[in-house]
Design a protein around this ligand. Structure first.
Ligand SMILES: [Zn+2]
Length: 387
């Protein structure tokens, strides 16, 4: 049966050119496959002024507890110049045991493995007693406004309660047994402006150079670590991403300097407490000498961790059973939709090897897609039928 063959599913999904926010048949395909396997499915479209409408899919098999949710996205980033690809990015071509195409690892290959594993499991165990669900969005690679975050609220309003979630993002750096993500860092962006007074460089006493003030403020931000790291996280990290003056004249002191920084922060902080600490450091460095303002971009990316315990161990064991390697528990990398799911149930992330995600010639080993399916199946078996 095709629907239990993860490689055929992955090929079919890659052939849907679902660049965010286009659905392009990808969710419709998942819905059809799940409905045929006995899942109750719902398509939900969310709108927000100023952002594209986004289609989503929710599916559930079973009515009992516990409830294990698979989450993922079927949208992909644009392929760029298709001529630079070895194969058409939406052809889903297999060459030498490798499946090529946009989304092969991020994350249509992962979605295909989740679908095949769940379908195989419910076919083999029709009376398993619990519930298996799918929460698939078309809005992960875009603004992430009309996707997972709203779909979770929608499900909650309907009385859906999840016990655990696996998000199938590509978490492995090189090999399938490398890494499970049990949390993510938060992200905070700040825009810094220093005001000065324009003047002639030969008459600095008549001017006020904002570049010097900006250097002072940036030095203060970089001088001391934000924290020493926590049990599951590396120290928070501040990166200056730009410093702009835009002054073409070498004999003019400019009137204004701007800079932007981004902080990837751990569970020491909330966005508000971190912003307050940054403001404190800036104020101390500026004293009465630097006129500045700092503005923080709104963020919905807070740091979180799913504490190791029975569920994390169960997934770790399943990965080890199929790969022979015990995956590390990590909180590295960028943000993901797990930051929304964690408000509803404990969530871990485990998927394919992410080496080529967002790149030309994105790909996944066929053997990895099959092994990932087997790992998910083992998770389901041990989750619903503990021995
Ligand atoms: Zn992804």
């Amino acid at each position: 049966m095709t629907s239990a063959d993860p490689v055929a599913l992955a090929e079919a999904l890659i052939r849907c050119p679902s660049v965010t926010p286009d659905e392009a048949g990808a969710l419709a395909f998942c819905e059809k496959v799940l409905a045929e396997a006995g899942f109750a499915t719902e398509r939900v479209t969310f709108s927000t002024p100023g952002t594209p409408d986004v289609e989503n899919l929710y599916a559930r098999c079973g009515t009992g507890a516990p409830y294990l949710l698979f989450a993922g996205h079927t949208d992909v980033v644009p392929p760029g110049d298709a001529g630079r690809w070895r194969h058409d990015p939406f052809s889903g071509t297999i060459e030498d045991g490798v499946l090529y195409g946009r989304g092969a690892c991020d994350m249509k290959g992962g979605v295909a493995a989740m679908l095949a594993a769940a379908i195989r499991f419910v076919m083999a165990n029709p009376g398993f007693g619990g519930s298996i669900g799918f929460l698939l969005t078309g809005d992960e690679e875009g603004p992430a406004v009309n996707g997972t975050v709203k779909l979770l609220e929608w499900a909650k309003a309907r009385g859906e309660r999840f016990d655990h979630c696996i998000l199938g993002e590509p978490t492995n750096p090189k090999h399938l047994g490398d890494m499970i993500k049990i949390g993510r860092r938060g992200s905070l962006t700040g825009h810094l402006t220093v005001h000065g007074r324009q003047g002639h460089v030969a008459y600095p006493h008549l001017a006020d150079n904002p570049v010097h003030g900006m250097v002072r403020l940036i030095s203060a931000l970089l001088a001391e670590p934000l924290d020493a790291g926590t049990a599951h996280f590396a120290p928070s990290n501040l990166e200056m991403t730009t410093f702009d003056v835009g002054n073409p004249a070498s004999n003019v002191i400019p009137a204004e300097a701007r800079a932007t920084f981004n902080i990837r922060f751990n569970d020491t902080w909330l966005p508000a407490t971190l912003a307050a600490e940054i403001e404190r450091r800036l104020a101390a460095a500026a004293g009465n000498a630097v006129r500045y303002e700092v503005a923080f971009a709104p963020t919905n990316a807070t740091a979180f961790v799913t504490e190791p315990g029975d569920f994390v161990t169960l997934v770790q064991d399943a990965v080890e059973a199929h790969t022979g390697r015990r995956p590390a528990l990590s909180t590295t990398g960028g943000t993901s939709d797990a930051r929304f799911i964690k408000d509803h149930c404990p969530v871990i992330e485990y998927g394919l090897v992410g080496e080529t995600m967002h790149q030309v010639d994105e790909c996944a080993r066929v053997s990895d897609i099959e092994a990932l399916t087997a790992i998910y199946e083992t998770v389901l078996s041990r989750y619903f039928m503990p021995s």
